[in-house]
Structure formats: structure tokens, C-alpha cells
Design a protein around this ligand. Structure first.
Ligand SMILES: C[S@@+](CC[C@H](N)C(=O)[O-])C[C@H]1O[C@@H](n2cnc3c(N)ncnc32)[C@H](O)[C@@H]1O
Length: 252
């Protein structure tokens, strides 16, 4: 019997060290660049997945984390890693929920952190939906796939017009953030190697293994084709698009 491609995709992602481009070093560098946070910040992580960012910020701050994701297996992996790291339950709360409809009080967080997840709402819509959870003047650090040129190659344009048609340039996303009620503090584009070392490089052998295990399953093979297409596109067109961190402050 054919397998559910999404379930297979999830199993494959669970075996990776992270589920989007990035690194702990970049997460820490971005956090250390922030000014004005309290000694013990209340931090809200949106679409945390297995929570590398959550654990890194708990290691380098005295804060508390509320970690939101809609997929329970990712949160279970985060909880297991937190236990191994000796992080107490008082400092980490996981919430399995859609981050568009969270049952959390407004205005209680100093910082919203989200890596590679806001695209499911769209950059502007996501910021609009999340702003209410921040205290006045609270900070948001959000990474988002972004056009790095106004004139990308036809191949990259064709792919992203289908996969994420509202993907913006840096300038467009800055305007979107302003419309969502934020001021821009800075932007930082992820170096190319941050796509490869902990994301695409570990994903490539996973794709090969799953291909073999599900030979003849058209649905799974099509899902794997899409993953490979995305990797090969980045190999050819890394100058056209990349992940950018947007460091934002909620306007009072
Ligand atoms: C590409 S992964 C990135 C995960 C993680 N932040 C990282 O950098 O490895 C996107 C994550 O967002 C979560 N997600 C997507 N849409 C969501 C939603 N509407 N509510 C909650 N979580 C969501 C997914 O379950 C997934 O874990």
C-alpha cells in the first residue's frame, strides 16, 4: 500500500538536525545583537519545530520560553533535548497549536522569535497576527525567505511563483513590517553555508534512503522530487534569494 507522503516527509524531517536553513551560531549572534531586553525575558517561539533556537536562547539568557508548533512530534523532540540539557520545566513551556489561533494572553512577551515558519501565514499577515502578544516596545526576530535581487533568474522566479508567490524583497518586507505595526532595527542575510551544513547536506542522504525504501510509490517519489528540485535550485541561484532575519520593534 502507498504511504502518506506528508507522513513520510515528516519522518524524514525528524531525522535532520534542523528543519530550515540556519545555525545555533547565527541564532546566538542575532540574540546578542538585541538591546533593551530585560534580564529574564519572556520569549515566544513561533513554529519552533524541534526547537534549536529555543534551546540556544535558553542557554544564552536567563529567560523563559513558550515554544509553539502545531506538530506534536517536533515538540516531543524539543522536550527530550531540553531534558538532556537539564533545562527545567519552569523555563520551557511547549504549546501544540496553530500559531494563528493561540490561546495566550495579549501583551505578555518581551520577544517573539521565529525561524523559517512565518511563510505559512505570509510575512505581513504573520506579523499582524503575532504583534498582540508583545508588550509595547517588544522585539520580534523573524527569518523569512527573501528575494535578494529585483531581477532573479527565470528559473528561480518560476519555482517561487508557484511555491511562495508572495515572497518579498528585503525592501518589500520592511514595508510589510511597518504596515504590521513594527519599526525595523536591522536585517541580516544568512550566509550560503547556513543552507547547506545543517539542512540541505543532511537532507540529501535522507532523500536517497527514502527513495529506495518507497520505490514504486508515486506519491512519495513526487514529494522527494520536489525536495530535490528545491535543493538543486538553490545550488544554481543562491544569489537570487536567501533567508533574511528581520529584527523589529513593535511600535508603542
Ligand atoms: C520549516 S519548519 C522550521 C522549524 C524550525 N523553526 C527550524 O528553524 O528548524 C516550519 C515549522 O513551522 C511549523 N508550523 C507551520 N505552520 C504552523 C502553524 N500554522 N502553527 C504552528 N506551527 C506551524 C511547522 O510544524 C514546522 O515545525
Amino acid at each position: 500500500m502507498d504511504a502518506d507522503p506528508f507522513r513520510v516527509f515528516l519522518e524524514m524531517q525528524m531525522k535532520l538536525p534542523r528543519n530550515a536553513p540556519g545555525s545555533n551560531t547565527m541564532t546566538r549572534t542575532m540574540f546578542e545583537s538585541l538591546e533593551g531586553l530585560p534580564q529574564e525575558p519572556e520569549m515566544l517561539f513561533m513554529g519552533c519545530g524541534q526547537g534549536n533556537d529555543v534551546l540556544e536562547l535558553l542557554r544564552c539568557s536567563k529567560g523563559r520560553a513558550t515554544a509553539v508548533d502545531m506538530l506534536k512530534p517536533f515538540l516531543a523532540k524539543l522536550e527530550a533535548k531540553a531534558e538532556v540539557a537539564g533545562i527545567s520545566g519552569e523555563r520551557l513551556r511547549t504549546v501544540c497549536s496553530d500559531f494563528e489561533a493561540l490561546d495566550l494572553p495579549d501583551g505578555i512577551f518581551d520577544l517573539i522569535w521565529s525561524e523559517g515558519a512565518i511563510y505559512t501565514l505570509g510575512f505581513e499577515e504573520g506579523l499582524k497576527a503575532w504583534a498582540k502578544y508583545l508588550k509595547p516596545g517588544g522585539l520580534a526576530v523573524v527569518s523569512e525567505c527573501t528575494w535578494l535581487t529585483d531581477t532573479p533568474s527565470a528559473e528561480a522566479r518560476l519555482f517561487w511563483d508557484k511555491a511562495y508567490p508572495i515572497m518579498g524583497t528585503l525592501a518589500e518586507n520592511v514595508e510589510r513590517a511597518k504596515r504590521a505595526g513594527f519599526e525595523l532595527l536591522s536585517t541580516h542575510v544568512l550566509p550560503e553555508e547556513e543552507w547547506w551544513t545543517e539542512y540541505y547536506q543532511p537532507l540529501i542522504p535522507q532523500i536517497a534512503a527514502v527513495r529506495e525504501a518507497h520505490a514504486g510509490d508515486a506519491g512519495v517519489q513526487a514529494m522527494l522530487d520536489e525536495e530535490e528540485t528545491e535543493i538543486r535550485l538553490y545550488e544554481r541561484h543562491a544569489a537570487d534569494y536567501g533567508y533574511a532575519f528581520y529584527v523589529l520593534r513593535k511600535r508603542a
